[in-house]
Design a protein around this ligand. Structure first.
Ligand code: ARG
Length: 568
């Protein structure tokens, strides 16, 4: 339940009981009325600007309006007090009883959120290449966004739009024809770079690879047999790494190869609308607009070699997705460098009238080293994902040893996963960020290990209370500052998730989780729970708060795809 929405809806309903206000409340004004969560809560738990917005239409001073509105808001059963500050801000303090058992106040509330169908395109790995650091953000942000959307009640379908049908396949097959079959995925991973390096030097090798690509796409049985031998090996290797990253399985592993069957359908639409232009042996779709100030090259629909292009696969994928899923949204999570590609594709799809969904590209920045250049390992290579995780594990092991802990490998792995993913999630998706392994693996501060540590501590308290046969119960209803703060934070969870969802901003969830963990620890330090001298009612109430905290924190942790160890 979104308690913020509940409070906001109830407040609006009350305000509209004042006839003068109801008469002037245009949709515009309604939209501008905000219920804010102040950073410093000295004056209230929520505040609203409603009086200021109504001053002009009502021809009254904001303070007078605030006075009038306050009296109405005071009538709400969950409001403890209302005060007017400054030029007419209204600060609302919620009743302790509401904070502790909000369900009892909002049984009849129904949310007005619409359930959406969302297709998500992330991960989208390449056959013949191992996962590397460049895949981290698309994977982690995409997966978390998917989990958030589902948690909020939307329907999603996650697509792994595999790079599995283009020139890299031709390069690998050509290499295999000359050098023999790979024994395993590691063998395959060496083939693409070797073959592609050779193609850069040797034009005839490039032409061979191009020919093989086209023939593969046209069904050459020998090439397809080779493909069917090595592609599964590569896919298996990719899925092992995804398991290590604790990523939800993709709903569809449908990439360039499997959407190829829809290319003729799109071709037909493009022909009907006469959108294709022949250009130097290739087929292109112009998408430039008069208003463009930056260069806007045409979409390459079919290359002059006759091969299916990257763009064609994406248009075919849009065709497939819109006709089968009828999504409200299709969201792509890739590197910022693909911005132009998606702008072109979206324009082409809209021109062809083959799309009914909102199309959105969420581009993310680069992970850099302290020098601001793309992150490299010590030997100057782009780290593979496994290597990256191993580097983080080593650092976690080091920090654990420094504080005299000897943790099992399984625990180290969970902490490392949290360190890597949380750090990725807490940064604004669009920006670059510096990756510093030593700081992301600290057990204190804005880090994954700190989040896990807080969860482990809560679990321990709850277990101990169960051993003592204590029942959590909201019996004492006068709360102190730490209890109130923590409860208010938890009340805010749903609002934060809605914001993270609408703004495609997973960093809001990560940073909320950090604030929550801090509030939990402050509460824990200042409010003894199980100590003998604590009154039984307070004990039970605090235990109730701990339970809600555990549930909220664990939900946040699940949404980020982290795993919590039993002890650390
Ligand atoms: N496989 C591509 C790459 O590694 C990413 C694909 C992104 N998704 C898409 N629908 N084009 O660059």
């Amino acid at each position: 339940m979104n308690l913020y929405e509940f409070v906001s809806d109830e407040m609006m309903a009350k305000i509209q009981e004042i006839d003068d206000i109801k008469a002037v409340l245009s949709p515009d004004i309604k939209d501008s009325i905000a219920l804010e969560v102040p950073k410093i809560r000295d004056f209230g738990d929520y505040s609203t600007n409603v009086a200021m917005l109504l001053a002009r239409p009502l021809k009254k001073s904001p303070r007078d309006i605030a006075q009038m509105v306050s009296e109405k808001i005071m009538e709400l059963p969950f409001v403890k007090s209302v005060n007017v500050a400054g030029p007419g801000f209204i600060n609302i303090v919620l009743k302790d009883a509401f904070l502790i058992t909000p369900e009892e106040f909002c049984q009849n509330h129904t949310s007005n959120n619409k359930q959406l169908m969302i297709d998500m395109d992330y991960g989208s790995y390449n056959i013949g290449k191992q996962l590397h650091i460049g895949h981290l953000r698309t994977t982690v942000v995409g997966d978390t966004f998917n989990r958030i959307a589902r948690f909020l009640g939307h329907k999603t379908k996650s697509y792994n739009h595999m790079g599995d049908w283009g020139r890299p396949m031709g390069l690998i097959i050509a290499w295999i024809l000359e050098n023999g079959m790979p024994k395993n995925a590691d063998d395959i991973n060496t083939m693409y770079p070797a073959s592609s390096a050779r193609a850069k030097e040797d034009k005839s090798w490039l032409e061979t690879a191009q020919k093989v690509t086209v023939e593969l796409q046209n069904g050459n049985p020998e090439y397809n047999e080779i493909y069917n031998t090595f592609a599964p090996m590569s896919l298996q290797q990719i899925s092992t790494v995804l398991q290590r990253l604790n990523i939800l399985p993709f709903d569809e592993n449908k990439g360039e190869r499997l959407v190829a069957q829809y290319v003729p359908d799109v071709q037909k639409i493009l022909d009907e609308k006469q959108l294709l232009i022949h250009d130097d042996g290739a087929d292109i779709i112009p998408v430039k607009l008069d208003s463009d100030t930056a260069p806007m090259p045409p979409v390459l629909w079919r290359s002059s070699t006759g091969a299916q292009t990257y763009a064609a696969a994406d248009l075919a994928a849009i065709y497939y997705r819109t006709t089968t899923d009828k999504p409200d949204d299709i969201i792509y999570f890739t590197d910022n460098r693909q911005k132009l590609h998606f702008t072109q594709i979206f324009r082409a799809a809209n021109k062809a009238g083959m799309n009914s969904a909102r199309l959105q590209h969420v581009g993310f920045g680069t992970i850099t080293g302290p020098d601001g250049k793309p992150f490299k390992t010590r030997d100057g290579n782009v780290p593979q994902m496994d290597e990256m995780l191993d580097i983080v594990c080593d650092s976690v092991r080091k920090h654990a040893a420094e504080s005299g802990k000897n943790l099992p490998d399984e625990t180290i792995e969970m902490i490392a996963l949290a360190a890597l993913k949380f750090n990725d999630l807490m940064h604004d998706v669009k920006s670059d960020y510096i990756f510093d392994v030593d700081s992301v693996t600290q057990f204190e501060g804005r880090t994954g290990p700190y989040i896990l540590y807080t969860a482990v501590r809560l679990n321990a308290v709850i277990k101990k209370a169960a051993d003592l046969n204590l029942t959590p119960m909201a019996t004492s209803v006068t709360l102190n500052a730490e209890e109130r703060n923590l409860l208010l934070r938890m009340l805010d969870f749903r609002r934060v998730l809605e914001n993270a969802f609408t703004r495609r901003a997973t960093d809001l969830l990560a940073n909320y989780t950090y604030d929550l963990a801090q509030d939990i620890n402050t509460f824990y330090h200042n409010c003894p729970i199980l100590r003998d001298d604590i009154d039984i009612n307070i004990k039970q109430t605090r235990l109730h708060i701990v339970l809600v905290a555990q549930k909220t924190l664990n939900t946040a942790i699940d949404l980020m795809g982290l795993r919590v160890p039993n002890a650390m």
